[in-house]
Ligand binder design. Sequence first.
Ligand SMILES: Cc1cc2nc3c(=O)[nH]c(=O)nc-3n(C[C@H](O)[C@H](O)[C@H](O)COP(=O)(O)OP(=O)(O)OC[C@H]3O[C@@H](n4cnc5c(N)ncnc54)[C@H](O)[C@@H]3O)c2cc1C
Length: 388
Amino acid sequence: MVVCRMINTNIFSDVYSPCMSVSEEALILKSLGELSKRFSERAGRVDREGLFPEDNLRELSDNGYLGAFIPRPYGFGLGASLYVEVVKELAKACASTAWLYVVHCAAAQSLYACGSDEQRERYLRRAASGKLMGLAATEVATGSGISGMETRAELRGDVYVLNGAKSFITAAHGAHIFLVVARMANSDAPFPKNLSAFIVERGAKGFSAGQRFEPMGMRGIGWGELVLRECEVPRENVISDGVRTINSGGHMGMLGASAISFGLAEAALEVCRRHVKERVVGGQALGHREGVKAMLSEMGSSVEAMRQVLRFGVDAFTRDSYPDLLKVKGFITETSLRVLDLALRVTGAHGYSRLLPLERYYRDARAPLLHFQTLETGRNVLGSILQT
Ligand SMILES: Cc1cc2nc3c(=O)[nH]c(=O)nc-3n(C[C@H](O)[C@H](O)[C@H](O)COP(=O)(O)OP(=O)(O)OC[C@H]3O[C@@H](n4cnc5c(N)ncnc54)[C@H](O)[C@@H]3O)c2cc1C
């Protein structure tokens, strides 16, 4: 089978079948569990040193995970429910790795949905076998709204020449293949028809990674600026509809961001359940105190609600329902912050310090609110849709 030859033997080629059974999915998750143990051990260092998790990504790639959710025949084309499980598991081990994984899957999905057959053949096979992908739309001047984007693309002979800078880009310092959105120079077309996407490889003439940003959480995501100075992109690397390109992968990004937020909240609950049993204060386990029980109870109920909403998210993704995904992402990303806040209260100084990983989870959980549609702009859109 083509997909089995594409990536050397790994868990996916061993168990792959077009209709994967529950036991096959369990095998994939078991194998991920083994990788995640190592990711978990490295997560503290990734966070403290702002280290790009090369080793984790290499192991994911060697084991076929970078192609798992890229549609067939380029990747393994596995389904949304397994995607959520994989992302959740990664988030519990190392949120930076999970975030990079989600952005990679979303970018690949964009390219699959909007690229030509040649572009898919050329770049998606490489993405599936380990070349990390990134998406670059945001600019400092435009932020949440991309209509005023300043990066320009001009056709000169056989190449498009790009000039501009993209900010706050995940894996600016790390990914190999980017989908960059730019405004077509000399185009009279109104927004959004004046925007196109370009497949830009690290190493292209005129391409460089600029300023590094210091993120609050998910500190290993290689976050930074992409600088395009007379950057030459082959003419065949253009995808005409830039906004559709970004949006096509956005659903995968929204579902993935929700899975990360859920994973962090579930992990925090597990830490707290252990902590309140093990910590003895005044001769009594912390968990015997009424206020602590109440906080734990709220955390448990919230995590259960998030789990159910995430299931609805898988369904919404399968139905391609943007409004429902907005509901899911809004609810889960915000509820996750509430759960993490409670986790810090339950654990006091232990949680506030680095004795427990909770302060890291708390910082990590902020990022999903901001990318793949911010909480506020998502609410604006949903609020409008609900009035139609
Ligand atoms: C961790 C992380 C990774 C990212 N990775 C990428 C990436 O890979 N590629 C990429 O292109 N971008 C990326 N981004 C950028 C992200 O998409 C932007 O941060 C986001 O679009 C918001 O833009 P801004 O931060 O400039 O906020 P601003 O536009 O300055 O807005 C500030 C705040 O105001 C709110 N706001 C804005 N407009 C409204 C409104 N009309 N009503 C109510 N509230 C509003 C926003 O929700 C936000 O909270 C990333 C961001 C983060 C935090």
